[in-house]
Write a protein of this length. Structure first.
Length: 494
């Protein structure tokens, strides 16, 4: 609490947050673990911060099984040995004991349900795929999310989210924005364009069916099957796919609309015929995909405010880590998480510049956004502290159409508290320690819409965790989920 309290006393609050150091979850190393012989009919795709890879699924008496040692091998130090009907597995410092034909195992001396019998095949230990969501956290010490029907396993917070929007100045152009680099295979059939993601942890949007107000591109659907994700775009005319230089943008448009991009050195992939084309070939050309027009002012739903900047370094979180760097990087991470949920977001400070408290409040108020999120970071304490405004006693009253500067937050406090409660609930779902407080923070007091401050500290004692991409995304996704959960309530506010 030292960081925030010092600034409360001076009525000059900087914002803090966690640094996203620019390593996109889609830019992870893809490791193909091959087995001899023909490719299996079914496989499991595993996505983690260490590696993305695929393993064959073994079927036994109608159940899907996976080799546990092979699954854990890319993630850490692992070894196994068998003793007649028993199989002992060491992963880092964790010991697992399995018995052939038994549906329970022992991990670190505690029972673990396998949802089916353990199998041994040529010295390989096989466990049911269905148990991975509960078994793996025992070994890894973190969450594992299994999409059993589609054969996809997410270890930690590695998902790549996306948004799809029709260009405002050209309704025949559909622009996909991804939170991490992607490289799909693009193919076409009459009336459809398919983008298949075999190697990236692309996940579903809020609705699996997206509709657009375009006669050329009326809709798109998301689906998963056999270890891959697929986006199918409905179209009334042949389209070309253009890949952005950073791998995070894909634009679909008629050939004539893409001509300018390819003429200027970009590379388009034709999706108008029956033949398939690989996104890898297009990405190699570093084509620049046109983004939605910025000539029309955009109304932002959320404003994200990164503290400090420029000569104001903020708190010295460590000998090498300045608060101003942490906050701006986390702001970018949070913007990605919000945008991936369809929440248009503006970051007030997206460079190494400083804004005064008055400027921050002015820009936030004049955008007429639905919610304002100030970002903070601290080296002391653990987890996340969420703040809403505590207005000064006996403050100035509003005068006609003019609102008092120091109590501008007055009418929005109930909504701000609802936003803080929603964010806290979502963070707790991710096992993040959270406290909610009120304090006379500027510029929260000066904001005329729902406003919260998010102060992030390490989960444990290691301050360097604030610059960990995994920790950053964990917190950012929780904050984004909380805002998305009450989006209708926030948007309905005057």
């Amino acid at each position: 609490m030292r960081s925030i309290r010092n600034r409360i006393r001076g009525w000059s609050i900087g914002r803090h947050s966690i640094a996203a150091t620019g390593v996109g979850v889609g830019a992870l190393l893809f490791v193909a673990l091959l087995v001899s012989g023909a490719a299996p009919e079914k496989h499991l795709s595993i996505y983690s911060s260490a590696a993305n890879y695929s393993l064959p699924i073994v079927q036994h008496q109608g159940r899907d099984y996976i080799g546990l040692l092979e699954l854990l091998d890319p993630l850490g130090t692992v070894s196994a040995k068998s003793d007649q009907a028993k199989w002992h597995l060491h992963y880092n410092t964790v010991l697992g004991e399995f018995v052939v034909g038994k549906s329970h195992a022992r991990v670190q001396g505690r029972d673990a349900d396998l949802s089916g019998n353990f199998l041994m095949e040529n010295g390989r230990g096989l466990v049911p795929v269905a148990c991975l969501g509960s078994l793996l956290p025992r070994f890894l010490g973190g969450p594992a999310t299994l999409h059993e029907e589609s054969g996809r396993l997410f270890i930690g917070s590695v998902a790549t989210h996306f948004t799809a929007t029709i260009s405002r100045d050209d309704p025949s152009r559909l622009v996909f924005q991804f939170t991490g680099p992607v490289n799909p295979t693009v193919a076409a059939e009459p009336g459809k364009v398919r983008m298949t993601f075999n190697h990236e942890p692309v996940t579903a949007p809020a609705s699996s069916t997206l509709t657009f107000g375009s006669k050329v591109i009326p809709s798109a659907t998301y689906s998963e099957n056999n270890g891959a994700a697929e986006i199918t775009v409905s179209t009334t005319m042949p389209l070309m796919a253009s890949f952005g230089v950073d791998g995070r943008t894909i634009t679909l448009a008629p050939a004539k609309s893409q001509a300018a991009a390819t003429a200027n050195g970009g590379t388009g992939v034709s999706a108008g015929g029956v033949a398939a084309a690989s996104g890898q070939n297009a990405a190699a050309g570093q084509s620049v995909a046109a983004s939605p027009s910025t000539s029309v002012p955009r109304r932002y739903f959320a404003i994200v405010d990164a503290s400090h900047g420029g000569a104001d370094r903020g708190e010295a979180l460590s000998s090498t880590l300045a608060e101003k760097d942490v906050t701006v990087a986390f702001a970018r991470c949070l913007r990605q998480e919000l945008e991936s949920r369809g929440i248009s977001t503006l970051v007030l400070r997206d460079s190494d510049a400083n804004l005064t408290l008055e400027e921050r409040a002015f820009f936030a108020n004049t955008t007429h956004a639905a919610v304002y999120v100030a970002l903070h970071a601290a080296s002391n304490g653990h987890g996340v502290r969420l703040y809403t405004a505590l207005l000064p006693y006996g403050g100035e009253e509003d005068r006609g159409p003019f609102r008092s500067w120091i109590t501008a937050q007055q009418s929005s406090i109930p909504l701000s508290q609802a936003a803080a409660a929603s964010v806290a609930a979502e963070l707790r779902k991710q096992q993040v320690s959270v406290r909610t407080l009120t304090a006379p923070l500027r510029p929260l007091n000066n904001i005329v819409t729902a406003a919260i401050a998010v102060e992030v500290a390490p989960a444990a004692t290691d301050v360097s965790q604030l610059s960990s991409p995994e920790y950053q995304q964990l917190i950012a996704s929780g904050v984004a989920n909380g805002i998305a959960a009450i989006r209708a309530q926030l948007g309905a506010a005057p």
